[in-house]
Write a protein that binds this ligand. Sequence first.
Ligand SMILES: [Zn+2]
Length: 113
Amino acid sequence: MKPIIIKNSRLPKMLSWFMEVGGITLFPFIFIRGEGDERLIRHETIHIKQYAETLILGFLLIYVWDFLYGFAKYKNYDDAYRSIRFEREAYGNELDIRYLESRRFCAWAKYKV
Ligand SMILES: [Zn+2]
């Protein structure tokens, strides 16, 4: 499904506690700070696909689990965030303009925390 993109949202800024948040995806919405750019929208659209593949609740549970596991391992918010398998897929492919068309079902599953 196509995401519903909300530009110039205040939500990303409100969530910028420990890092600068440019966008946040809460299925089926993508909230963007300012106008965003292709890279950011592609990153968040990868999260939309992950949400759909995990029936939304699975995304949230795995996301929180990976963050807590990463935080216990790295003792640092940024490294914990970067270790989340959904973020590893999104950051690893956000610059690939053809990624969304070529992406395999549940591509996130090959990433390890
Ligand atoms: Zn992300």
